[in-house]
Design a protein around this ligand. Structure first.
Ligand SMILES: [Zn+2]
Length: 200
């Protein structure tokens, strides 16, 4: 049966879909005869940007607001990787992810049996995705790629540090699941379908 080999594919594609959807998804709506009142079929697809685009715009607005409220005042061209780090730490106060201190008895436990006073932080995955969106937004708003503060080395190092510490503190692994051993695919086992008229 060919269905078995197809079932292995989605787990691989799941990694790629959420972040790479930079272009608005145009839903391929099949021509359904039931919806006879299709007065404006094009408006629905063009006026609804993808979730990624919406989120990117919100993130960008948040960051610009952060710059406006910054003391001393900060303009976008003045922004460096250090300011981005400052922004990320500022966001931590709105975080919802419990990250245990090294002194906490629950350090490294995925499911702590009791509450503890450790702080809530932004999860590494959220920060990582956020930086990706802001990095793209910066260049879409005319920023030069070589001056992109969201692509700064310090930011990359900080994210890696956050990932490693949160993985330890929360007892979880951020290893990519892509490394799951796949059943060996023997292409020779699946012969091409033979059309009935080719048997001559
Ligand atoms: Zn704790």
């Amino acid at each position: 049966m060919d269905l078995v080999s197809q079932a292995n594919n989605p787990s691989y594609e799941n990694h790629l879909i959420p972040n790479i959807a930079t272009s608005p998804t145009t839903p391929t709506t099949p021509t359904t005869p039931s919806t006879a009142t299709s007065s404006s079929p094009s408006s629905t697809s063009s006026t609804t940007p993808s979730r990624y685009e919406n989120q990117k715009r919100r993130d960008w607005n948040t960051f610009c607001q952060y710059l406006r409220n910054h003391r001393p005042p900060l303009s976008l061209p003045m922004c460096s990787g250090a300011h981005v780090l400052e922004f990320l730490r500022y966001l931590d106060q709105f975080g919802k992810t419990k990250v245990h201190n090294q002194t906490c008895p629950f350090f490294g436990l995925p499911n702590p049996p009791a509450p503890c006073p450790c702080p809530l932080r932004q999860a590494w995955g959220s920060l990582d995705a956020l930086i990706g969106r802001l990095r793209a937004a910066y260049e879409e708003h005319g920023g030069r790629p070589e001056a992109n503060p969201f692509g700064a080395r310090a930011v990359r190092l900080y994210l890696r540090e956050v990932r490693d510490f949160q993985a330890k503190a929360r007892g979880v692994s951020y290893e990519k699941k892509r490394k799951r051993p796949k059943p060996k695919m023997n292409t020779s086992n699946t012969p091409p379908p033979v059309p009935p008229n080719a048997s001559s």
